[in-house]
Design a protein. Sequence first.
Length: 253
Amino acid sequence: MLAEERKDSILQMIDEDGSVKVSKLIKLFNVSIETIRRDLETLEKEGALTRVYGGAVLKKKNHPSSYLKRGEEYIEQKREIASIVMRYIEEEQAIALNNSTTNIEIAKELKKNFTKLTIITNSLIIANELARMEGYTVILAGGILDNKEYAFYGEFTESILSNFIVDKAFISVSGVSLTRGVTDYVLGEVEVMKKLMQISQESIILADSSKIDNISLIKVTDIHEVNLIITDSKLEKEVLNKYLKKGIEIVNK
């Protein structure tokens, strides 16, 4: 068995059971303790698990807080991301913003930097933020309103999105990992994210530095399927270089 296949099997076991023991892995794969330790060390560096005495456990995942509380968390990082995003937008483009507190900060920046844009979103708050911009065409993908997230989800929302093609989709997520890809928590939002990726010429992932090398509940896509990841300057240089070495385009300043 190749090393990558072995590591994939380890990840599958830890996803199912929550933990693995070194002794069990040695017998299962018929390899040395040093080999298993190297595998676990590599997977830990990639953010997939946490090593403990005698084995490893599933890495602790971020749990979503309320929408209003999330809006107050990491606010400086979100504003920094919003500032970076402005470099990737041109006047008169059509862009998509999924429901997120980071994209609310982007909506605020758009008003300062552009006079004519088309914006499609499933976020009630983002649509309201942009409503008074006379040169903007704002398309709200309605559907079933989630009154906790202030956003629309479901088949109606996805059907509306299917009618459009946008230049760029800016998709804010809860987790980014080299091994597990792009992830999030809200099932309805994940389906919207997937649809936005389908209708966009470029898919740009937004994640503050606390979300890089973290794994959330539901997979959105493989990391190599996105065009760019934008984060903030608090991302550790070692982590940034790890992604760059894997060929992942990631910007943090």
